[in-house]
Design a protein around this ligand. Structure first.
Ligand SMILES: [Zn+2]
Length: 79
């Protein structure tokens, strides 16, 4: 889809996350300026301690936002 630039390891980890969960993550990144969950745009992904660290911009105000996705927890559906 070309919607993000990932390092090789981050891409592998990211691919283990169900598509639906990935879309939800990308649409709900907390922005301190907006004080709300916002879509992340122009993001990149890097592997960090076995998790995926997403860095990008708030779709609403353009502030840099970061989200660490704990891939080790994605096999439980949670609430
Ligand atoms: Zn914002």
């Amino acid at each position: 889809m070309g919607d993000g630039k990932f390092s090789t390891r981050a891409a592998v980890l990211w691919s283990t996350i169900p598509k639906q969960a990935r879309e939800r993550i990308l649409a709900n990144v907390f922005c301190v300026k907006c004080g709300d969950s916002v879509p992340i745009i122009n993001f990149t992904g890097e592997e960090r301690d076995g998790d995926v660290c997403l860095k990008g911009l708030c779709a609403k105000c353009g502030l840099e936002v970061v989200r660490v996705v704990e891939t080790s927890e994605t096999d439980s559906s949670g609430n």
